[in-house]
Design a protein around this ligand. Structure first.
Ligand code: MN
Length: 425
């Protein structure tokens, strides 16, 4: 059987070589169209493939799929709960149906019209119900930058950092998909020259360039996963913008860490790129020194080469300014280690949980994944193409994260997460 990742595969659908959604990708999402209620779709070129319609035409009858209504749901959770063998069968069958030598949809005009919709004609919704959200802090360049800025350049990393993947539990209820605006949050801050704190809109709104993975299988409370087992629980990945209010954060975070500076909103890309589709882009991570404890050891290449970028479009401009370019491969701690650590104490995973990487900064200043680092805490403002300056994010600004992997002429992309900032109420 031909792998769904084979670079030689071509579809009977015409796809721009620059499209994120080649036949080797086939990411899952939830869409809604004028003539149909929310359901599971797969992105292919400029189109969305209605997966539920395929089951109605009995095109999945040969799979071990007992209940096709998992595709007629407003989230991917029911489908994900079926487990990796079913995820693989479904992606493999969709790949087969879309190949240029397969006539099943290609030569059936009525079916084609029913199951293929233009992406521009549908609305993408939250792909999953997120019961729990954790944010890690796994980029060594980001942690070093922040430690240098706020503490001691000579001891930028705290003593625990190279021994465990640091993280915190975030807020799942305020995660929204691309296109949903975020309102500038109000909060308590304490200006440096003031004796007492004040309440008001944040003056230091920031983005954080992150990638999150989604677990599609639960674990029982009290059990732990090895780094090797961890991978069987990961369904796929999305782009993740962890909106942050730096002035609120600076005042509130001691001693228990992030709270209201983070939980007012996080934005994700709507297409979940499966871990399977990203396998060809695996790369080795940087050497971990000192040696990690045995439960965090792993074998094989566990980092993934995913190009990432952030742009900003100022109000009234039709041009996006590039803020940074980074790469998912820069992470010091990989997903396997993050999940093994998260469950080492018996904490249980749920279907749909989201685990974000932490801000992904690279080693060079143009690869820093937040305004905090790009402007070095506001001391070095960025100049936009219209001549205006930014230390942080303004009302009306549109921030967009994009990401794609590319190798052997095959591009597997995430699309984008695009968010407009609304003024505080
Ligand atoms: Mn973060």
């Amino acid at each position: 059987m031909i792998s769904a990742n084979d670079p030689s595969l071509h579809s009977w659908i015409e796809i721009n070589p620059q499209s994120d959604f080649q036949i080797q990708n086939l990411p899952f999402g939830i869409f809604q169209a004028q003539d149909r209620d929310p359901r599971v779709g797969v992105a292919i070129g400029d189109y969305v493939l209605d997966v539920y319609v395929l089951t109605q035409h009995r095109l999945f009858d040969m799979l071990d799929l007992e209940d096709p209504t998992v595709f007629h749901q407003p989230t991917l959770n029911a489908f994900m709960a079926l487990g990796k063998p079913i995820w693989r069968q479904v992606r493999g069958r969709i790949s087969e149906l879309l190949r240029n030598d397969n006539p099943e949809i290609r030569d059936n005009r009525t079916l084609m019209a029913e199951c293929l919709l233009k992406q521009k004609d549908v609305q993408m919704l939250m792909p999953v119900h997120v019961p729990n959200y954790t944010d890690f802090y796994s980029s060594i360049d980001h942690a070093t930058n922040v430690g240098t800025m706020f503490r001691d350049p000579a001891n930028a990393l705290l003593p625990n950092w190279k021994h465990l993947p640091v993280g915190y539990h975030g807020r799942a209820s305020s995660i929204v998909p691309s296109g949903v605006p975020i309102r500038r949050p109000k909060g308590q801050t304490k200006p440096a020259d003031a004796d007492a704190p004040v309440l008001g809109p944040t003056k230091q709104l920031d983005f954080e360039l992150e990638v999150a993975f989604i677990t599609g299988q639960p674990t029982a409370l009290g059990t732990s996963l090895t780094t090797q087992e961890a991978e069987e629980y990961i369904f796929g990945l999305v782009l993740f913008n962890d909106w942050s209010a730096r002035d609120i954060q600076a005042w509130e975070y001691v001693p228990l860490g992030p709270f209201l500076a983070k939980n007012f909103g996080s934005s994700i890309s709507p297409w979940v790129v499966t871990l399977d589709a990203l396998e060809p882009f695996r790369v080795e991570g940087q050497a971990q020194e000192p040696k990690v404890l045995p439960y965090l050891e792993f074998s094989g290449n566990k980092n993934i080469d995913i190009n990432l970028e952030v742009t900003l479009q100022a109000p009234g401009l039709d041009q996006e300014a590039l803020l940074c370019r980074s790469n998912y491969k820069h992470l010091y701690w990989n997903m396997n280690q993050q999940l093994a650590h998260h469950t080492v104490n018996g904490c249980n995973l749920e279907v749909g949980d989201m685990y974000a990487s932490g801000t992904i900064s690279g080693p060079t200043p143009d690869s820093f994944g937040s305004m905090l680092e790009l402007t070095w805490r506001g001391t070095k403002p960025l100049t936009l193409p219209d001549g205006s300056e930014r230390k942080f994010i303004n009302d009306g600004d549109v921030v967009t994260l994009r990401g794609y992997a590319e190798k052997n002429g095959v591009r597997v992309g995430f699309g984008e997460v695009r968010t407009e900032i609304l003024p505080a109420l």
